[in-house]
Design a protein around this ligand. Sequence first.
Ligand code: FDA
Length: 398
Amino acid sequence: MASAQQFDVVVLGAGAAGLMCAMESGRRGRRVLVLDHADKPGKKILISGGGRCNFTNLHARPENYLSANPHFAKSAFARFTPADMIALVEKHGIPYHEKTLGQLFCDRSAHDILNLLLKECAEAGVKLQMSTSIRNVQKTGPGFVVETNAGEIRAASVVVATGGLSIPKMGATGFGYDLAQQFGLKIVECRPGLVPLVFSAQDREAWCDLSGLSAEVVASARQKKPQAFREKMLITHRGLSGPVILQASSYWRPGQPVTLDLAPDSRVFAPLLAPKARRDANAALLALRTILPARMAERWLAVHTPPGLTKDWTNASIATLEQRLHAWELTPAGTEGYVKAEVTAGGVDTADLDAKTMQARNVPGLFFIGEVVDVTGWLGGYNFQWAWASGVSAGQAA
Ligand code: FDA
């Protein structure tokens, strides 16, 4: 029987976090092996940002992340900042641009980011082994034994970077959560994040024939401290999507309403209140069409006009209409699930991890990084920044 291969560090998962960690650890002279069951590394990097990889966000702060412990990520973000990622991208001569709201994208393709990571890993002497199933991970006295379909590997440290549950067809598994539980770490309940919302049957009836229409709105999901986002909303054939809905979805819980302001910063029906102004359905529609696409405006008025309004158009009923436009509450039936979710919210409980190193508090040598951890970013390059920062933190310690 072949003897077990020996490494200092085995990284499970050749995604963003795993490759960054391997590179950092390899640079320190550690002998690093990265294992992945997929046939190629970094598949999610390649599909990210519409193929251009939104690799960081200039404004990334701990406040842009959801976690049971909002302070946990601070140490990692201080260790590896967006400026550090930009320096790495510039070192490799990769052209990039700011699209909007601090979001940095490659000019050419996400392949540039993956190639950067693979090149740095190769230079740091990291060994990459793809198409490898991991059967079992056990703690031995001085380290770990990782059993794979290709034999046994021994290492002083194991870094779990197997990502979350989103996009199962790209190889996402619950492996990291199972392994965490095997070693006694807790899991904060997982749910799809950055995901389109599905209408109730009644709302679907009222809105879905308008699929494809979009508007800039403010959306918030009702939480103790509601987090509001202002971006594009899109009506789909099953519900609502667009960046603003994806953002709000991470804060949404089943049964709760989502609140939409369809006309941020404007008093749409104010013209109707002017002396001698026309006060009728046409005037209201004309006013609303300055803000919303014509068919959306028409439908919204048909659904939301208070009973009796069309009879007398009093100041009070116009004010009610205005108020409804700025606080349209609807309760989604659910989300589109992990099949469409960009990320998994929840994950390995940060209370069981050391914030400086990502090491399990009670299992020396075992680390968790990236999406598998209960740290979930907003849309816009924030999730990769977490993958890089947590990867570097573990790479400096493992
Ligand atoms: P990641 O999922 O990248 O890697 C995990 C690796 O582990 C994979 O290679 C997988 O094959 C492997 N693995 C899983 N289970 C295994 C097992 N049992 N055995 C062996 N290997 C296993 N974020 C952002 O900041 N900017 C963006 O532009 C985008 N765009 C985007 C688009 C789309 C469509 C999606 C789905 C997601 C994004 N994201 C994003 C989110 C971003 O892709 C995500 O947060 C990171 O890829 C997470 O990196 P990880 O390394 O943690 O996991």
